[in-house]
Design a protein. Structure first.
Length: 223
């Protein structure tokens, strides 16, 4: 049974995300890339750096049906609260070991996630999470996309006015009524037999570029 503390934390995260969603002023570039990915007939794996999640919640709510999204999350002490948060957003929570432990239980969960994506569900993940190091992508995202024949869509976000947590990912919680810049990168398709480390290098480069683009777009737009 979910504890009172986890319910409180999960609901607090949800209401914080709704304040950001309803009061935030979003500027989005590359929306045509998302639309093309959505109409391609292939499932999507959304990838972004861990610290950007709260900036992106409102974007997803405005441009995407969250009921079709599988939200990958750790199965550790954070999991129960994050499942409450995911359920409130009407996404599908998918807890699993994200620390790279090689065991049969993790392999089975990974295979189940691949099946969910192959069945047509999209997946949201932060490939440098849950504990860093920052901007160092773990191999799972490329593997899932290859096995599920999914497109990887890189996302970047930036908000000047927000609370930045003093931790490894510099997690940003935008202040109410902040302007939030979101940039969508060119989708990546992982060919059968393609070397996954090469995909990881490509995704790392695109995430850095699209994050920088989101910040540049923010400062180019006045007001």
């Amino acid at each position: 049974m979910t504890s009172f503390r986890d319910r409180l934390t999960g609901n607090s995260l949800y209401w914080l995300s709704q304040i950001t969603r309803r009061s935030g002023r979003y500027q989005v570039s590359g929306i045509e890339r998302l639309e093309a990915a959505k109409t391609s007939g292939q499932p999507i794996v959304f990838a972004t750096w861990h610290g950007m999640t709260m900036m992106l919640v409102g974007f997803f709510a405005n441009h995407y049906d969250l009921r079709n999204l599988v939200l990958l999350m750790p199965d550790d002490w954070r999991g129960e609260a994050l499942q409450v948060f995911a359920n409130k957003l009407k996404t599908e929570p998918f807890p699993m070991d994200l620390k790279g432990e090689a065991n049969m239980a993790t392999a089975r969960r990974l295979a189940k996630l691949v099946r969910r994506v192959k069945e047509g569900r999209d997946c949201y993940m932060t490939p440098d999470g849950p504990d860093g190091p920052a901007y160092l992508i773990k191999p799972g995202v490329a593997y899932i996309a290859q096995k599920a024949k999914a497109l990887i869509v890189p996302l970047g976000a930036y908000a000047r006015h927000g609370y930045r947590l003093n931790r490894w990912d510099r997690y940003v919680v935008p202040y109410p009524f902040s302007r939030i810049s979101v940039a969508i990168g060119e989708p990546i398709f992982v060919e059968k037999g393609e070397v996954l480390t090469a995909v990881t290098h490509t995704l790392t480069d695109r995430l850095h570029r699209i994050t920088a683009q989101a910040a540049a777009n923010y400062y180019e737009q006045k007001g």
